[in-house]
Design a protein around this ligand. Structure first.
Ligand code: RAM
Length: 871
């Protein structure tokens, strides 16, 4: 820890050094560190230099270090800015400085002038030789078109002073310049509601452009744009478009004011490509012989006369925006835990972890044309064979056709699978490495306890997050679904925010949530909305409410007022829509595909109880949001409405004895969590909740919505012990039941596999769904004791109240909060309790110690508390 106030982790719009920023008035943030106690920032100074200008804020007296808008600064397009922040501490002494940079993108459609969307021209498609794959391919994979190759040669008069490539696709693309793969983004441009926006990527290609002839190229596949999507099994369903398109703008600056610009236009040429079939769900067929036959295709001097002219698909630029968050990247490699033989000469690789991504395959000494087939599975069946029935129509198969070299390396580029096991057939001199992919949100949290099972649960939760934050927060990563279901995202968000900085990721996805609204104001069940999808529904209680809960939570955790502001009209519109369809304020109508407490087990929480509870909760949050945004009239209106919904709830569903209609765990959890009970009935309702759990053999019965509230509500009402009992419960249904049976991710359902019944029905049985992992929030907030006070924003007013319990004898956590590091480490030893706490500058904490240790107020710095035995 420094002994002076020190800014670090500088961020612009929630990102570290964004290149291609799509914001002319960017918000700057920094964290603070200081080893001295009681420190805080009292002033800052920002100097921003770029585009030939210099902006100096002077010394600004302010404690704020988050989302600071440099007053009077507006960024120009395509300009790199260096920025430095200097801070002053509590005593008015100058602290340290730190520097970073951001670079704007084109800042609007005008920057794309001249560039056209180009595509394969089906009219020119010569009959290609049918690929000689030998045996037939999996049917749907075989129906997918190839990833096409696009290239264009151009001349640079000299090596540039600077060069930028702005590029994207309606589809998925990989860019190349002079034979070199550009950047490290995977599955770019990611999935957004393409009807409204397509993110372009910006790459610094200064080093790749050379004097003389150059070649810009790309491989482009269907992706989310025109490939298989969700559980719509129509072939080439054309949800957004018929075939993929590419658009690019390469800007070369020579340093003497001279500039060349290369755009996608009619001069480009196109070829079928060696990835013969490519699809996110189905997999990929890669013919290395064909790949060798176009060797040199991305380099100068290659003869592309056999390539076809492209077709101009359009020159519309309105949907193009710069990347708003980090792209998907490969973030980790996994070596196999075991490799075994399966009958028929097949090899089974166990990566030891249910992961999301692909493998890198190494093939040695294969004859030309050898087919190596990779099938992916999350689990094995009873006979030890890969179990793929739960993937439904997703074929999740990659096929590599060897060129015949002594060693060949292959990694699919246009597909992604959720798997732990890979079955390899066709050649046995092979090995694989797992390549983990996800949106590259920075990890911020880490929690380790003395109990290995709890640690495994934490790891499973984190793996679920990684595997399902692939461009969009999805329900699952493996079967033919992988959709941005709103409730899943909403219940898991609080946990996700501890694990990683997901601010930019969610703020971007929320734009699709808003654009997915139905006329009248209902939020969709799934975002991005998939056009022409058979199950486009809207308005489900707990699902649509995510449109309110998520912006609010992002504000609470990150202090993101701008996103709250952007979302507010839609948030209010959602409440208005519910209210106008349910004048007696019991939410019975306008419930869409009411999913209830989805996948609850052995309980049936009445749907109108659940819906009305959400109605009250969302209305309350809209009122609070209005308050934050200075909309007094709205704040009053929605607070009043929330009060009336509460009353309607109590009148309709709450008995004089504190019972809630349905008498289920979730019914009580909702009523307690969302403050729907008259004061005098809170304790009786808590007693009934406890009783409902006890009667169930100390086991839960909650589904997606209820489970998120379970441990937090028990803790809030003095029942940490019962929360721990549920945490450690090993009998079905419980978290530990799945872990005892080998889970390395969170299962979609409590009964995904049971000793009595084996696998659940194939129709809906994912082994990597994060929703039931929402208990992560409680583990951080209560077990590790890192939480913020009710009115606190971005962890300024902390409540550090770790609760030893269950089998735990210690827990230690580090959370890189938006303001800086918060850490706790506690231990129970010989009956005494000790706690180390670190608080960042500017934050305050109320520390509540267990076993009669009392309450303490502290400021920043590192503090140690001990509560001796028998105290
Ligand atoms: C399933 C999804 C998702 C859930 C919906 C209601 O198909 O997997 O998890 O939100 O249904």
């Amino acid at each position: 820890m420094p002994d002076t106030l020190t800014p670090y982790d500088l961020a612009c719009e929630g990102r570290t050094t964004p290149l291609g920023l799509d914001e002319a008035v960017p918000r700057l943030s920094w964290k603070l560190a200081d080893g001295r106690p009681g420190q805080r920032q009292t002033a800052y100074r920002l100097v921003i230099e770029g585009g030939g200008g210099r902006h100096d804020s002077g010394i600004v007296r302010a404690e704020e270090s988050l989302h600071v808008v440099p007053e009077g600064f507006t960024a120009a397009p395509a300009t790199r800015y260096a920025w430095t922040v200097t801070v002053w501490d509590a005593d008015g002494a100058e602290g340290a400085s730190a520097s970073s940079w951001f670079e704007t993108g084109l800042l609007g459609p005008e920057g794309w002038a001249g560039a056209s969307w180009i595509e394969h021209d089906p009219a020119l498609d010569p009959m290609m030789d049918p690929p000689t794959f030998g045996e037939p391919l999996p049917e749907r994979l075989g129906s997918c078109p190839p990833a096409r190759l696009y290239r264009r040669a151009f001349t640079a008069r000299e090596a540039p002073a600077s060069a930028r490539l702005y590029v994207t696709a309606r589809g998925i693309y990989l860019p190349y310049l002079n034979g070199v793969r550009v950047g490290d983004a995977e599955l770019a441009p990611g999935w957004t509601d393409y009807r409204h926006r397509v993110q372009y990527q910006t790459y610094d290609v200064t080093e790749l452009v050379a004097a003389g002839e150059n070649v810009l190229g790309a491989q482009v596949s269907d992706g989310w744009w025109s490939g298989y999507l969700g559980f719509d099994r129509r072939r080439q369903a054309e949800h957004y478009g018929v075939r993929p398109q590419l658009i690019a703008r390469l800007v070369i600056d020579y340093g003497d004011g001279g500039r060349d610009v290369v755009v996608t236009d009619a001069a480009w040429r196109e070829h079928d490509g060696h990835v013969r079939h490519a699809d996110l769900l189905m997999g990929e067929v890669h013919d290395a012989r064909l790949e060798r036959s176009t060797a040199g295709r991305w380099s100068p001097g290659y003869d592309d006369s056999a390539w076809r002219p492209v077709r101009i698909a359009g020159a519309d630029h309105d949907t193009l925006i710069g990347m708003l968050d980090e792209p998907v990247r490969v973030t980790e490699e996994i070596s196999p835990a075991a490799v075994t033989a399966l009958p028929g000469g097949r090899i089974l690789v166990d990566l030891g972890q249910n992961m999301v991504g692909r493998v890198r395959l190494r093939v040695r000494r294969a004859a030309p044309g050898t087919r190596v087939t990779l099938r992916h599975a999350e689990v094995l069946d009873e006979s030890g064979e890969p179990y793929v029935a739960n993937l439904r129509s997703a074929e999740a198969t990659d096929l590599y056709i060897a060129a015949g070299e002594s060693e060949e390396v292959y990694e699919p580029a246009f597909t992604v699978h959720g798997f732990r096991y890979v079955e390899i057939s066709g050649h046995d001199d092979v090995d694989v490495t797992g390549r983990v992919l996800h949106s590259d949100t920075r990890f911020t949290g880490e929690l380790v306890t003395s109990d290995p099972e709890v640690n495994r649960l934490l790891a499973n939760i984190r793996w679920g997050q990684r595997g399902n934050f692939v461009s969009v927060p999805t329900d699952c990563p493996q079967r033919d679904e992988r959709l941005g279901w709103l409730a899943d995202a909403q219940v898991f968000l609080p946990t996700a925010c501890y694990n990683a900085d997901v601010s930019a990721f969610f703020a971007r996805w929320l734009r699709d949530v808003i654009d997915g609204r139905h006329p009248g104001g209902a939020f969709p069940d799934v975002a991005p909305v998939v056009d022409r999808y058979p199950v486009n529904r809207e308005g489900a209680p707990g699902w649509g409410d995510a449109g309110v809960l998520i912006p609010w939570h992002l504000y609470r955790v990150y202090g993101d007022v701008r996103t709250l502001e952007r979302c507010f009209p839609a948030m209010a519109g959602w409440i208005d829509w519910i209210e106008s369809g349910n004048p007696d304020l019991i939410w019975r109508d306008r419930v869409g595909n009411h999913y209830g407490d989805w996948l609850q087990i052995g309980a049936e929480t009445p749907r109108e109880v659940l819906a009305t509870a959400y109605f009250a909760h969302s209305a309350t949050l809209v009122a609070r949001a209005a308050d934050v945004l200075g909309r007094a009239a709205d704040a009053e209106r929605y607070a009043g409405l929330a009060q009336r919904v509460r009353k309607a709830f109590a009148d309709a569903f709450v008995g004089a004895d504190g019972s809630v209609t349905g008498d289920t765990q979730t019914a009580y959890l909702l009523a307690l969590a969302y403050d729907l009970l008259p004061d005098e009935l809170v304790e009786p309702a808590v007693a009934r909740l406890v009783d409902a759990i006890r009667r169930n053999g100390d086991r839960l019965s909650t589904g997606f919505l209820g489970v998120a509230l379970l441990c937090p509500v028990l803790s809030a009402h003095g029942h940490d012990d019962l929360a721990y009992t549920l945490l450690h419960q090993r009998e079905f249904p419980s978290w530990m039941y799945s872990i005892r049976h080998g889970a390395t991710t969170i299962w979609e359902r409590w009964d995904g596999w049971t000793a009595e019944a084996g696998f659940q029905a194939t129709e809906m049985n994912s082994f990597n769904h994060y929703s039931l992992g929402s208990v992560g929030q409680w583990l951080y907030a209560r077990v590790a004791g890192i939480d913020q006070a009710p009115g606190s924003v971005a962890f300024r007013d902390l409540v550090i109240a770790p609760v030893p319990g269950g089998r735990l004898t210690s827990a230690s956590a580090r959370y890189e909060s938006p303001r800086g590091l918060i850490a706790t480490a506690w231990e129970l030893k010989d009956g005494a309790f000790s706690l180390d706490v670190t608080i960042p500058p500017g934050a305050r904490a109320v520390v509540r110690l267990p076993i009669g240790g009392g309450t303490h107020e502290i400021g920043s710095g590192t503090h140690r508390f001990t509560v001796p035995q028998g105290d």
